[in-house]
Structure formats: structure tokens, C-alpha cells
Design a protein around this ligand. Structure first.
Ligand SMILES: Cc1cc2nc3c(=O)[nH]c(=O)nc-3n(C[C@H](O)[C@H](O)[C@H](O)COP(=O)(O)OP(=O)(O)OC[C@H]3O[C@@H](n4cnc5c(N)ncnc54)[C@H](O)[C@@H]3O)c2cc1C
Length: 548
């Protein structure tokens, strides 16, 4: 029999209401069902793993592309007589129209780094191309594995895929273990704490929830003892090493210059995190306030740029949280959530919880959180936005950065998202979300959808009269337009006075700058001031619940 402490029960998300003795709990009253208790006991404490004899085990890597603080890897090594580290290249994702070059490159770099780490244990990452259920069935036939371990996923596609995998594995008699390592908390634990209520939609209420739950679990300190992998073990299964991007069907001919300064991988992630926590002896962390960061700083960017690493799981979000906490504990004065760095991780957690609990979170239809706004669509405007050809230099430079780097500062994302939707073009946020999903190296299902809903005033944010100006806004941060000059070399010689409004430059100035409007750089596709006024009127009607 295992006796759980009060703290352990609470970490599981239970409301413990009656408790006689903290040290030897003789009676506890739980406001929940017995099936949930056994579910949590199995899933959270792996009580049944203790009774499991060791057996051949597959660890299916998807997001947590790391060795450190990896609960799934730890569990798999405990269960494994032989361990098969597997990555399945799912054709659903392998499509340059869906997942762009930079995003795929970054993920492959993370996989390569993981493979290098596994090789130190005489193991390696086995890569197989194919539909996951079929691949796992084929692996089962060859390897006859007893256990399959993977990390819980939250987006709709992955949850449906995993349901099918679990059903098939059950039929084959394979025991599956799902762990949580991609969010600060196990999202089922947070759901337990909601006690049947809807998740909070405001950050202040989310912070209250977190206060009740207590701090997230600490990172796992034990170093894993990963069993070796031999050629005999792989048998007749067709596996490959981590491929180069040009070896992937569909990506062979994409010639995108890799000017992105961010390289994927756990080693890079840990190094970057260390630079963050040590920056200015911790002062940078404790004075960090998101609204004060600059969207146009490039070298270095004014925020951490850890999002792509956290997204791929090359960096454990729990490790990052506790490293930040260590720094914060050394200072008496520090910024607080939601503007502090820990606050940023709470935004992420909040959006993950919403994505996990709100139906159809990534679309307008049947999404109870999302206002239905009658967006319109103009192919030529949408294309101009996506291709960085709107004639507004800040928008176009930002969209160029998106394609070349796969990363944008948060406020830059605000400006381009506002421009596409309620600010200027009145095009649905769903279209913009798809473009971000394709190009962002940190493209993350729930966070992306939530932020697009926010910026388009479809959820969370209602101050639709606050519209970003593509001219005045960047001027505040970067009066000489260095950001624009960097990403749009065609405007490199434009005088600062016209850098955000080149169409106002006299012809002589355009000639001197080697940039003729309408020839070398487009005229603006819309008049921002007019569109802003028109769209605010539309928004007033939407918010007054009138049809347009
Ligand atoms: C329209 C739009 C779409 C977005 N899409 C994504 C996306 O697909 N993936 C993504 O990770 N972020 C997304 N964001 C949120 C945010 O812009 C990025 O997380 C942030 O800019 C990443 O840079 P950083 O790592 O330097 O952030 P920092 O400011 O250093 O923050 C540290 C970490 O906190 C998290 N974080 C920060 N801001 C947010 C936020 N607003 N929401 C949720 N988590 C946050 C990230 O994991 C980030 O790495 C989007 C924002 C907007 C406006």
C-alpha cells in the first residue's frame, strides 16, 4: 500500500477537505470520483509501473526533444529491458505548404542534437516515415515491445491521433504510459482544480488558480541511465538517421537563405537559458517587464527567444521556471506576473489550459470563446500581407523577418496581426494563424490561436478602438528605421523622414535612394487611417450585436 502525503494529493489536483493527521493520513475526504482517483494514481504516480516487469519499451519522442527533465524518458528507462527511442515523421505535417522550411529545419536540428546525446549512451534516435498507427503496428511486429511511453499532447490533431494509437496498442496488448512534461503543470491536474467549473479566461483569475495549486513540480534531477541500442535489436525494421532537410520529400528544392540566427537543439537551449538567467547578474531577469521590451531590437533581441526551444521541448519549461525562481529569490525587488518572465510562462500555461478545455479552440465555428465577426476576404490583400508587399515598410519588414528568421518579437506579432484583421484588411484571424503556424519556429497550436483571437478582438481583449499604426508605432522604438533597413534592403537608403512612409518621398529623394515607388517598392495597398476608421465602426456594430 502506498500512502500519499497531503501535498501529493494536492499536487494531483484534489481538494482535500478532511484530514486527521498530516503524517499518517487515516481519513481523507476527496470531492471526486473513485475512478478519477485510480486514474490519477496510475497516470500521475505510476503506481502500476512498480508492478510491471521490465520489458522491451518504445519511447515515442514528439515534443520533448531533450534528455534533461524528461519524465517520459525517465519512466521509459525504468520500464525498459531494451529501449527503442523513436521519432515518427508523420506525413500529416510533412508538407511545405503547412510547415515551412525554417520551422522544419529547427525541429530537425533539435532531433539531431537529441540523437547526439543518445549516442553518448550507445543509443540513437530511430526515425521512421509514415502514419503513426501503422508505423507503431509495424514496430510491434518486429520488436514485440511491451510498453509504449509518450508525452501527452494537447492539440486536436494529436489528441485524435493518440486516441487511435491507444486503441490499437490495447488490441495488441501493449501497455501505454502517458506523461506530462510540456507544460508547467499536468493539465489534467489543473482541470481537477477547476472542480467542474469552466477555465478562467482572464489572466487575473488564472493567477488566482495558480496560487491555489501552488508551484509547479520541480525538474527531475536524476540522470537517466539509457539502455544501449544494438543493430540486432532493430532487426528488419526500416529506420533511418535524422535526415537533412533537403532529404525530406517536398523540401528538396526549397532554396531559402538560412539567415535565421537561431539553431535548434537541447544544447543550444540550455546555453541560451543560462545566458538569460546570468544576464547582468540576474538584474535583467528581475527587472524584465514585457511591455517595456522593444520590437525592433535585433542584436540582441529584447526578449529571451526561448520560445522555439520550449515549443520543441528542447528546453523544459519547468526547468526554466525554477531557474528564474532561483534568480528572483535572490532579489527583494522584482517585476511580477503577468509582466515578469515567470508571468510570460503563465501566459503560456493559461493558453494551453484553454486550448485543452475549450472545444474547437483553433477556429471560429463552434468555439464558445470566440466572437463571430463577419470577416471578409480579398486574395490580393492577403497575398500582399503574407508576401510582405503591403507598401507599409514596418509590416513588410516584419513579414520578411517571419520568413527569414521564423521568429518575431511579441509586439511585432501584434502589429501584423492587427493589420491583417481589425486594423486594416478585415481578413479573418484564422487565415493569419495558418501563416504563423507555417513559418514560426515556435508555432504552437494553443498559443497561436489564443493570441490571434486576442489581437483580432475575437476573445479576451475588447478595446477595438486601440489600433496599431504601422507608421507611428515603430517610429517610437526605431526612429531611423534600422529594423526596416535590415529586412528590406530596397529601402536601405531611404532618408529616416520617409522610412515608414516612402510614398511621401519626392521623386528626387526616391531616385537618390535608388527606390522608386511602384517600381522597386509598392505603394500602400490601403489607406491606413481610412481603413482604421471604417473598421472601428464595424467593430462597434459587432460589439453592439448588430449585423453588418
Ligand atoms: C498573433 C500572435 C501569435 C503568437 N503565436 C505564438 C506561437 O505560435 N508560439 C509561441 O510560443 N508564442 C506565440 N505568441 C506569443 C509570443 O509572441 C511569443 O511567445 C514570444 O514572442 C516568444 O518570444 P520570447 O521567447 O523571446 O518570449 P519571452 O518574452 O522571453 O517569454 C518567455 C516565454 O514565455 C512564453 N510566452 C511569452 N509571451 C507569451 C504569450 N503572449 N503567450 C503565450 N506564451 C508566451 C514563451 O514560451 C516564451 O518563450 C504569439 C503572439 C501573437 C501576438
Amino acid at each position: 500500500m502506498t500512502i500519499l502525503s497531503l501535498h501529493q494529493w494536492r499536487r494531483c489536483g484534489f481538494h482535500v477537505t478532511g484530514f486527521y493527521d498530516n503524517y499518517s493520513p487515516s481519513c481523507i475526504i476527496l470531492r471526486t470520483t473513485t475512478s478519477l482517483v485510480s486514474h490519477i494514481c496510475e497516470k500521475y504516480f505510476h503506481m502500476n509501473t512498480r508492478a510491471c516487469p521490465k520489458g522491451p519499451t518504445v519511447i515515442w519522442f514528439r515534443k520533448s526533444l531533450r534528455i534533461h527533465d524528461n519524465p517520459t524518458l525517465q519512466l521509459a528507462t525504468q520500464l525498459a529491458s531494451q529501449l527503442y527511442p523513436l521519432f515518427i515523421l508523420d506525413p500529416y505535417y510533412i508538407n511545405p505548404e503547412k510547415i515551412g522550411f525554417q520551422r522544419f529545419r529547427f525541429m530537425l536540428e533539435c532531433m539531431k542534437d537529441l540523437d547526439n546525446s543518445l549516442r553518448k549512451y550507445n543509443s540513437s534516435l530511430l526515425v521512421i516515415y509514415g502514419e503513426p498507427v501503422t508505423v507503431l503496428e509495424n514496430c510491434y511486429r518486429t520488436w514485440n515491445f511491451s510498453y509504449l511511453c509518450f508525452e501527452k499532447d494537447t492539440d486536436i490533431y494529436s489528441r485524435n491521433r493518440d486516441k487511435k494509437v491507444l486503441e490499437r496498442m490495447k488490441e495488441l496488448g501493449v501497455q501505454c504510459f502517458l506523461e506530462s512534461g510540456h507544460t508547467l503543470y499536468d493539465l489534467d491536474v489543473l482541470v481537477g482544480w477547476l472542480n467542474g467549473k469552466s477555465p478562467p479566461t482572464q489572466m487575473t483569475s488564472f493567477l488566482k488558480l495558480i496560487e491555489q495549486v501552488g508551484p509547479p513540480p520541480k525538474p527531475i534531477e536524476i540522470t537517466c541511465n539509457i539502455p544501449p541500442l544494438t543493430i540486432d535489436m532493430i532487426g528488419s525494421m526500416k529506420v533511418s538517421n535524422v535526415p537533412e532537410i533537403h532529404e525530406i520529400p517536398g523540401y528538396e528544392f526549397i532554396a531559402v537563405p538560412t539567415t535565421c540566427p537561431f539553431q535548434g537543439g537541447e544544447s543550444q537551449a540550455l546555453e541560451r537559458m543560462q545566458q538569460v538567467v546570468k544576464r547582468e547578474q540576474g538584474n535583467w531577469v528581475v527587472t524584465f517587464s514585457k511591455p517595456n521590451t522593444s520590437p525592433t531590437s535585433l542584436n540582441p533581441p529584447s526578449t529571451t527567444v526561448l520560445s522555439p526551444y520550449i515549443k520543441c521541448g528542447a528546453l523544459s519549461v519547468r526547468l526554466f521556471f525554477w531557474e528564474l525562481k532561483k534568480v528572483e529569490d535572490c532579489f527583494s525587488v522584482k517585476t511580477k506576473p503577468p509582466v515578469s518572465l515567470i508571468g510570460q510562462l503563465y501566459w503560456r500555461e493559461h493558453f494551453y489550459l484553454l486550448g485543452y478545455t475549450i472545444p474547437h479552440f483553433d477556429r471560429i465555428q463552434d468555439n464558445p470563446l470566440c466572437k463571430s465577426i463577419p470577416w471578409e476576404y480579398r486574395q490580393d490583400w492577403f497575398q500582399a500581407w503574407e508576401e510582405g508587399q503591403t507598401g507599409y515598410p514596418f509590416i513588410d519588414a516584419a513579414m520578411t523577418q517571419l520568413k527569414q528568421w521564423g521568429w518575431l518579437h511579441h509586439l511585432t506579432r501584434h502589429v501584423v496581426a492587427c493589420f491583417l484583421t481589425r486594423g486594416d484588411l478585415w481578413i479573418s484571424w484564422e487565415k493569419g494563424k495558418e501563416v504563423f503556424e507555417k513559418y514560426l519556429i515556435d508555432g504552437d497550436w494553443s498559443i497561436n490561436a489564443a493570441n490571434w483571437m486576442w489581437l483580432s478582438c475575437s476573445a479576451f481583449f475588447t478595446r477595438y478602438f486601440r489600433v496599431y499604426s504601422p507608421v507611428a508605432f515603430p517610429k517610437k522604438y526605431d526612429p531611423h528605421g534600422n529594423f526596416v533597413r535590415y529586412f528590406l534592403p530596397v529601402l536601405r537608403n531611404m532618408p529616416s523622414k520617409y522610412i515608414y512612409e516612402p510614398w511621401k518621398a519626392p521623386l528626387k529623394v526616391q531616385k537618390d535612394a535608388n527606390c522608386i515607388l511602384g517600381k522597386d517598392y509598392p505603394f500602400p495597398i490601403v489607406n491606413h487611417e481610412e481603413m482604421k476608421k471604417r473598421n472601428i465602426q464595424k467593430m462597434i456594430q459587432v460589439f453592439q450585436n448588430k449585423s453588418l
